[in-house]
Design a protein around this ligand. Structure first.
Ligand code: F3S
Length: 641
């Protein structure tokens, strides 16, 4: 067996591990971050359990740490009290980015992790089977329900050779994105093997696993070996180490080879992570901003490389350099060894250990600016400045850009930085709050910004207008933008709904209210990008009954089902062309058609034509859609039992 199959088998609750079959697996650990967490915990409360049933659950605050009004602080208070009530660890604001802290302090090789953040697969660098999901899936996992997934294809990425100086783990994943595109990993798990693996430290492996999310992959996983042991030992956690790897004769659905020694420094050009070229071919644009950090590249080693490149130098006048260390552990170590002083002396602006500019939380670039970032996403508008050009690179390339003011191949700088491996990380868990043994008497504090999540109604016949028609690769950022202005409202769906699709069409929300809801028509890969459940909850609140698209991104499709919104795909893609905004679409006998499993007939009353769509979901998902979403389904199931 391959490693993925071994872990899945050890956690299998239901189903057959054959590609395309639905399987249910036991979840050992969960994580949430604050932007998806408030909603997840409102859902957990609605499920009516007493204490989480996982081995370990952690609630992190890392996204929305800027406090311009009371909303964020209120949310943090809710998250902290609800965590204590239900037996969940709480990582306080300032302690770091969920994926970095989870890796340092909680990850265990061979365990399953479900997180309400699309970069949860980061923990795959430690040999965990870590999957990003919607907040509701995570709430259900905390309540002891298994996680259901269609058995993905397993792709073996064989690494051979060793990276050359100035080339880093980021370049490995950028190369894969170049080859496979942002759609290339959909329905797949990427399992790494080969001699090249042992040349990569755990933080380097996690950079690769992290950006597997940009391939659209279900997750990525590395073996657990002597490098894993070395990392855990340096964290004082070697007791959780177990060696894990694929069998010699393991079989895979697909094999990809990468010779590490052939890679060069790479860059993802604006506005997509797969728009990848070699840095030397990127045309040397002048750089206005360099942002270093995020769950992709803000480990101790990453920042030490940057510090060593900038030591004793000064950044040019036209460059703003911002650095957000991945965790308080990283920041503390940089402070103690003097690297932080080197960075500050070079002109860096040091930010809190949090997601920060990655989520558009401060440090939006200037109008039309070029921003070079070590992050994982450069979708249009994500930086907070619609006209900005965001380039994604390794810490080495970012440091070279900060130093010279231009996007240059860092090999031009000569000698590469030499950073010794860490033997002992600085461990201090005093910003992680352990839940009490019994939380029954803990008062859960809900400020005015915490509004109940919207509940759908059971499915009935649909006759609605097309509210909007969009093209391919619509991201969750398009559907429900996430920026400094809107993040404080993530637990307040009625307010958020006023901004749905505003990047594409300012009148969308108003129209949805006036037309009493409707239907969305989309192209390929609809809903790519993040696990943001709000991209389904807000359309639900606005009365969207169905999305008809050419194809869907996996997590968003699951979120639509959980919200009771039909995710329908065109049987004939050309039918997309015949639909316009405002057309009235009718689905007769909706419940019967949904239950039948056959193609569904949609009448376009405006055009006087009919076309067919598919509902490619499991029988159980059909029942969830008929019930009007997951909460209604679980409630009715519990009533029947
Ligand atoms: Fe945070 Fe950006 Fe990662 S928002 S979790 S640092 S993708």
């Amino acid at each position: 067996m391959n490693l993925t199959q071994k872990i899945l088998l050890a956690h299998l609750v239901e189903g057959k591990m054959a590609k395309g079959e639905e399987i249910a697996i036991k979840i050992d650990q969960t994580l949430t971050q604050d932007s998806t967490g408030t909603m997840a915990y409102l859902q957990l409360e609605a499920l009516g359990i007493d204490r989480v049933k996982t081995e370990l659950s952690v609630s992190y605050v890392d996204h929305n740490t800027l406090q311009q009004g009371p909303e964020n602080a209120d949310d943090h208070k809710y998250l902290q009290t609800v965590a204590a009530r239900y037996g969940i660890y709480f990582s306080r604001p300032g302690n770091g980015i969920c994926h970095q802290v989870h890796l340092e302090r909680f990850g265990v090789p061979g365990k399953t992790l479900l997180g309400s953040d699309s970069h949860t697969p980061t923990a795959g660098g430690l040999g965990m089977l870590a999957i990003g999901a919607g907040g509701l899936d995570v709430a259900l996992a905390m309540a002891g329900e298994p996680y259901r997934i269609i058995m993905p294809a397993i792709v073996n990425v064989r690494l051979k050779g060793e990276l050359n100086p100035w080339v880093s783990a980021k370049d490995v994943i950028l190369e894969l994105l170049r080859r496979l595109t942002v759609k290339g990993g959909i329905g797949k798990i990427f399992e790494y093997s080969g001699d090249g693996v042992k040349t990569l430290s755990v933080p380097e492996r996690t950079t690769i696993a992290n950006m597997g999310a940009e391939l659209g992959a279900t997750t990525s996983i590395f073996p657990s070996d002597e490098r894993t042991y070395e990392f855990l030992k340096a964290q004082g956690r070697e007791d959780v180490f177990v060696p894990l790897s694929a069998d010699e004769d393991a079989e895979y659905d697909e094999v990809i080879e990468i010779d590490l020694s052939e890679l060069e420094p790479m860059v993802a050009l604006p506005h997509s992570p797969d728009n990848v070229v070699k840095v030397k071919d990127a045309g040397r644009p002048r750089v206005d901003q360099v942002a270093i950090g995020s769950c992709t590249n803000s480990s101790y080693m990453d920042l030490m490389k940057v510090a060593s490149i900038l030591k004793g130098k000064t950044i040019p006048e036209h460059v703003s350099l911002v650095i957000a260390p991945g965790s308080r552990q990283v920041l503390t170590m940089l402070a103690k060894n003097g690297a932080l002083a080197d960075l500050i002396a070079a002109g860096a602006r040091i930010l809190e250990s949090a997601c920060g500019p990655c989520i558009g939380m401060g440090q939006a670039p200037a109008t039309g600016a070029v921003s070079v970032r070590t992050f994982n996403r450069n979708f249009y508008g994500r930086s907070g400045t619609k006209s900005a050009y965001v380039y994604l690179v390794s810490p080495e390339v970012a440091a070279a850009a900060a130093l010279t003011g231009y996007l240059i191949d860092p090999r031009e700088l000569g000698e590469p930085p030499q950073v010794p491996l860490v033997e002992r990380f600085e461990v201090n868990d005093n910003m992680i709050v352990k839940p009490p043994e019994d939380g029954k008497n803990v008062e859960v504090i809900k400020g005015p910004n915490i509004k109940p999540f919207p509940l759908n109604t059971p499915l009935s016949d649909i006759e609605k207008k097309v509210l909007i028609k969009v093209g391919d690769d619509i991201t969750t950022d398009h559907i429900m933008p996430s920026n400094a202005r809107l993040l404080p409202l993530r637990s307040n769906i009625p307010e958020l709904s006023k901004h749905c699709f505003e990047i594409i069409d300012e009148n969308f929300s108003k129209r949805a209210v006036e037309w009493g809801g409707g239907i969305i028509v989309g192209g390929h890969n609809y809903g790519q990008g993040s696990s943001r459940e709000h991209a389904a909850l807000v359309p639900l609140y606005l009365g969207v009954k169905a999305v008809i698209a050419k194809s869907f991104a996996r997590i968003h499709k699951a979120n639509l089902i959980n919200s009771g919104i039909l995710p329908l795909t065109f049987v004939k893609e050309e039918d997309y062309e015949d639909i316009d905004m405002g057309d009235v679409l009718k689905i007769e006998n909706t419940v019967e058609q949904v239950r039948s499993g056959k193609n569904i007939i949609v009448k376009n009353l405006t055009k006087g034509k009919s076309f067919e769509v598919r509902l490619e979901v499991s029988d159980r998902n059909r029942e969830i859609l008929i019930a009007g979403g997951m909460i209604n389904y679980v409630k009715s199931k519990n009533k029947t039992n």
